[in-house]
Ligand binder design. Structure first.
Ligand SMILES: CC(C)(COP(=O)(O)OP(=O)(O)OC[C@H]1O[C@@H](n2cnc3c(N)ncnc32)[C@H](O)[C@@H]1OP(=O)(O)O)[C@@H](O)C(=O)NCCC(=O)NCCS
Length: 256
């Protein structure tokens, strides 16, 4: 899939940028071998415990690429970044930027921002029947009206999961008490809800090739989405170019 490579900055407003890096790998094991040295000792132990080689490789690529992207922007050795899981399992870096990782099949997606972010990516899979009960009534109606209900379901689903991952509780936060807006391609739109923790979270659909769905979410809707799709090495080069264009003082982290 060497042709899969682009970068989209979808709005021109000044302000916060949520950067998204998407990797499609035809050779998960080879990419994982290259990124393994970036993992912390505890993560390398976790990687070794995966029984399925695909799961192990996806974890190593996601965590290894994340550490290298963060290491470049914070000028810290990737494996020494103190990434810790929060109460619901969301990895975070105290005092550092917000980030989140998702993987599905041969796809790995990473979001990095100046605030809490959530990302979800899903390869199209057959779902019969569609688990409509996981959606709000308005979302269910949207799926029923759609020409391609599976496509409509998956695009709503990734948006909901991204919102719940930005919130930090994951699916334990409940998928039905809020509605993701339609037409979110490339620009953040706030979720609709009667209140609760996801109120005020904005979500945007990622512009991805057919057969894969993705969405990214972050607090508010005053942020710009910058999406890059390429190999892990191309993502690192793109990340370094973006860092060079920014003041380092914005991006400092104290490591104890
Ligand atoms: C997070 C969750 C939505 C992942 O769903 P998924 O579609 O299977 O997986 P994805 O590939 O999209 O995301 C996995 C990544 O999300 C991140 N993650 C884990 N927990 C998270 C959370 N609560 N919020 C946000 N992100 C989380 C991790 O980086 C994980 O990748 P890693 O295991 O390689 O580090 C799901 O596992 C969940 O809801 N977890 C929370 C469970 C919970 O409530 N636990 C109670 C604490 S004991």
């Amino acid at each position: 899939m060497a042709a899969l490579r682009w970068s989209v900055r979808s709005t021109m407003e000044p302000g916060a940028i949520v950067e998204v890096f998407v990797v499609h790998s035809d050779n998960l094991v080879e990419e994982a071998d290259a990124l393994l040295p970036a993992l912390s000792p505890a993560e390398a132990e976790r990687a070794a415990r995966y029984r399925r080689s695909e799961d192990r490789s996806r974890f190593i690529i996601g965590r290894g690429l994340l550490r290298r992207l963060l290491g470049d922007r914070l000028a810290v050795a990737p494996r020494s970044l103190p990434i810790e899981a929060g109460p619901f399992g969301k990895p975070a870096l105290a005092g550092g930027p917000g980030f989140n990782v998702s993987h599905s099949g041969r796809w790995i997606a990473i979001a990095i921002g100046d605030r809490e972010v959530g990302i979800d990516i899903e390869e199209r899979i057959a779902l019969d029947p569609l688990p409509l009960a996981a959606l709000s009534p308005e979302e269910q109606a949207r799926v029923r009206r759609a020409a391609d209900p599976l496509d409509a379901f998956l695009s709503i689903w990734v948006a909901k999961e991204a919102v719940l991952k930005a919130d930090g509780r994951g699916l334990g936060g409940g998928t039905t008490p809020f509605t993701v807006p339609p037409d979110r391609m490339g620009r953040p739109h706030l979720v609709r809800t009667e209140g609760g923790r996801v109120a005020g979270i904005g979500v945007a659909t990622l512009d991805l090739p057919p057969g894969v769905h993705g969405a990214v979410a972050a607090r508010g809707d005053a942020w710009t989405l910058d999406t890059f799709l390429g190999t892990a090495d191309e993502c690192l080069a793109h990340g370094r170019r973006a860092v060079r264009g920014r003041a380092r003082s914005d991006l400092c982290l104290e490591v104890f």
